[in-house]
Write a protein that binds this ligand. Structure first.
Ligand code: NCD
Length: 313
């Protein structure tokens, strides 16, 4: 991790970087529960600068900052309520906000926005999602969830389900898990398959994967099933949405075909692709994921603000 100033994507993280972040997260989680470390970010200010809607990502960042004794300034709808509406460029906005905050969590609709922001920013940029590209903080909370639920990140069969073409969470999760000993099954409608650049990285690293449209078959041997929402707002035409909406739904009857209790995950929000009858399934981990989001973002704030307590370094 040493020398890394910004978190723009999983592309740039090694296995040991990931393990370090998850270790700090678990240490801080104990402290957060015991209310012991609440002051480590005292005097620090986080700016959440969001050009796209969010519930979990923004609020968990803000909650983590406040719980660790820091403060938050926020633009929740930057496209409409910041000077972006008047035509200000992202570099100019970043060169302004860096004067008001010690760290910036940025969500933007353009692929590469976090990289651009990082080129201009004196303060750390944490990518909270850039278009259909990457969502690294989501992945770190997903990895923490898998680690807690399954006890390991190695030796797992992972099924990723849904709109794998446009979903940034599954892009980053695939890149993150490719540092571990995993076997992927990608389940998606034909026009919504995993992007070639992700598959190229898997091939280069020799990570095994298969692509299918058969959800029931993919669930049968899986340890983890990660369901994603069709990214309606990123489709070229609404007809594309109608074509696939409802084409895959994970419900209890699909899970009955599994050979074991599967860990069921979803980045949320869900809009029909993950049935509510799964909520009472023992492996349903998606609301625990939302809690882990706060924990991981607390760790990322501490790491990138260089405030990790000595004993956790
Ligand atoms: C996702 C996002 O915005 O990328 N949500 C999230 O951060 N948990 C996924 C989505 O909107 O479907």
């Amino acid at each position: 991790m040493s020398g890394m100033k910004h978190l723009t994507g999983l592309k740039n993280l090694t296995r040991s970087d990931i393990e370090y972040i998850l270790r700090v997260a678990r240490d801080l989680e104990n402290d957060l529960a015991a209310k012991r470390s609440s002051k480590i970010l005292q005097d620090c200010v986080l700016a959440t600068l969001f050009y796209e809607p969010s519930t979990r990502t923004r609020l968990s960042f803000e909650s983590a900052m406040v719980r660790l004794g820091g403060s938050v300034i926020s633009v929740a709808d930057a496209q409409k309520t910041s000077s972006a509406w008047k035509g200000e460029t992202l570099p100019d906005t970043i060169r302004t906000v860096e004067n008001y905050a010690d760290i910036i969590a940025l969500r933007h609709f353009q692929v590469g926005a976090a990289e651009t922001a990082a080129q201009y920013s004196r303060v750390p940029i944490l990518n909270a999602g850039d278009g259909s590209n990457e969502h690294p903080t989501q992945t770190l909370l997903d990895l923490l969830t898998i680690l807690k639920e399954r006890g390991t990140l190695d030796g797992l069969k992972i099924a990723l389900v849904g709109d794998l073409k446009h979903t940034r969470s599954t892009n980053s999760l695939t890149l993150g898990l490719s540092n571990f000993n995993v076997d992927f099954t990608f389940v998606s409608p034909p026009d919504f398959t995993t992007s070639q650049w992700i598959l190229d990285i898997l091939k280069t690293k020799g990570v095994p994967y298969t692509q299918t449209g058969d959800l029931t078959e993919a669930v049968r041997d899986a340890d983890v099933v990660y369901v994603s929402r069709i990214q309606k707002e990123r489709l070229e035409s609404p007809e594309d949405y109608d074509k696939i909406a409802g084409s895959y739904v994970l419900n209890r009857s699909v899970l009955e075909n599994a050979s074991k209790i599967v860990t069921v995950m979803h980045h949320l929000p869900r809009v029909g692709e993950l049935a509510e009858d799964v909520d009472s399934y023992p492996g349903a981990a998606y609301f625990r994921q939302t809690y882990n989001g706060m924990v991981v973002r607390a760790a990322l704030l501490a790491i990138f603000l260089d405030r990790v307590p000595e004993q956790y370094r």
